[in-house]
Design a binder for this molecule. Structure first.
Ligand code: PLP
Length: 386
């Protein structure tokens, strides 16, 4: 049987491949420390789980309007607006099952065959996949370690043109934890206006930040409100990866189109999940702060520990829960290094190359794991390097 061409370029995310390999080793009796997975190790906060359970018991198990329940769209508009110092109308908010559909559907709604889309490399693997499925041409722009993993703006200036339909940003970023400084956002915004393109700003880690760093949204810059799509969600901030709840904020006309794409694909997001989402945003936010403080302790431990290992140097990321150490001095490709660390040290990490060609020479370690496990992982990696 034949498959459509658009499936040819699709491949699995590296994290799933490494997880499968690590689990196969566990079946043989090996104890593996998992630093490959990009999801919080905390449970969903109890008030949120309780709201979801209560909603199921109360019979909120039905369809909702495709772009989301009005109560959730309203509280998202308020809370996402106050977080960014911006004002959003609930009609600009589109709720989706997980944040990913709010990458995919806005891309389908604005990118046509042959359009170029600029995206960060190393970057979240779904960006390239969705650009290709939409028929667009992916144009990777390197993130530079010396810029704390913000764009190489000279390269950005070289590749942007009248053919560019969309620019994807991710700050704080996966896999690097890097934050795009305001000056860089201003540069990118000027170019977006000049070439009349959309900006899709993946802000899913915007609340997982450290050291009082400020993360600006490009949507707040002059002339950007009408061309920016913010993608955000509940998976990381509220430890809700499996609930599947995310959203996009965009100009109303585009929100209507994305709502139609949702209507004809997923229909709507689970009603009880949306009710849990209302509780997440409306309830106690101190839990988020406590979790972020714990991530910061882990970041401090893992960055200091990695920098003591021979052949490894690691920047201090200011956001998300990933480190992206440089391993070029080890003399192995990042795939070889990741395999070696898994086989010899029993620590599952991802090769930087799983995030694109400019990730070669790096590893991604997720520190969404306990301080004890991070310490043990550092010791084990230290032993094999020693
Ligand atoms: N964007 C980035 C940068 C991510 O790292 C992830 C998840 O790993 C997502 C989007 C998708 O989030 P969700 O699980 O809510 O679909």
């Amino acid at each position: 049987m034949r498959f459509a061409k658009r499936t040819e370029s699709l491949s699995a995310e590296g994290a799933y491949q490494v997880l499968a390999k690590a689990q196969a080793l566990e079946k043989t009796g090996r104890e593996i420390i998992h630093l490959e997975i990009g999801q919080p190790d905390f449970k969903t906060f109890p008030n949120i789980s309780q709201a979801g359970i209560q909603a199921i018991n109360d019979g909120f198990t039905r369809y909702t309007p495709p772009p989301g329940m009005p109560a959730l769209r309203e509280i998202i508009a308020r809370s996402a607006g106050s977080q960014r110092g911006l004002t959003f109308n609930p009609e600009q908010v589109v709720v989706s099952p997980g944040a990913k559909p709010n990458l995919f559907f806005p891309t389908l709604a604005v990118v046509e065959k042959g359009d170029q889309v600029i995206y960060p490399n190393p970057g979240f693997p779904s960006y390239e996949a969705m650009i290709r499925v939409a028929g667009g041409e992916p144009v990777p722009v390197p993130l530079l370690e010396e810029n704390d993993f913000s764009f190489d703006l000279a390269e950005f200036d070289k590749v942007i043109s009248e053919k560019t339909r969309m620019i994807i940003l991710n700050s704080p970023g996966n896999p690097t934890g890097g934050i795009i400084p305001r000056a860089d956002l201003e540069h990118i915004a000027r170019a977006a206006i000049k070439y009349d393109c959309w900006v899709l700003s993946d802000e899913i880690y915007a609340r997982i930040i450290y050291d009082d760093v400020k993360v600006d949204s490009i949507m707040g810059l002059p002339g950007m409100a009408e061309r920016t799509i913010i993608m955000d969600g509940f998976s990381k901030t509220y430890a809700m990866t499996g609930w599947r709840l995310g959203y996009g904020i965009m100009p109303k006309d585009l929100a209507d189109k994305v709502g139609l794409l949702l209507m004809h694909s997923v229909g709507s997001t689970a009603q009880f999940t949306q009710i849990a989402g209302v509780e997440a945003l409306g309830g106690d936010q101190e839990q988020v702060e406590e979790v972020v403080a714990e991530y910061k302790r882990r970041r401090d431990l893992i960055v200091a520990g990695l920098n003591q290992l021979p052949g490894i140097s690691c920047r201090n990321p200011r956001g998300a829960f990933y480190v992206f150490p440089n391993i070029k001095e080890l003399g192995k490709s990042s795939q070889e290094a990741a395999d070696w660390i898994l086989d010899q040290a029993g620590v599952a990490v991802l090769p930087g190359s799983a995030f694109g060609k400019y990730g070669e020479g790096y590893l991604r370690l997720s520190y969404a794991n306990s301080l004890g496990n991070i310490q043990k992982a550092l010791e084990r990696i230290g032993e094999i390097l020693g």
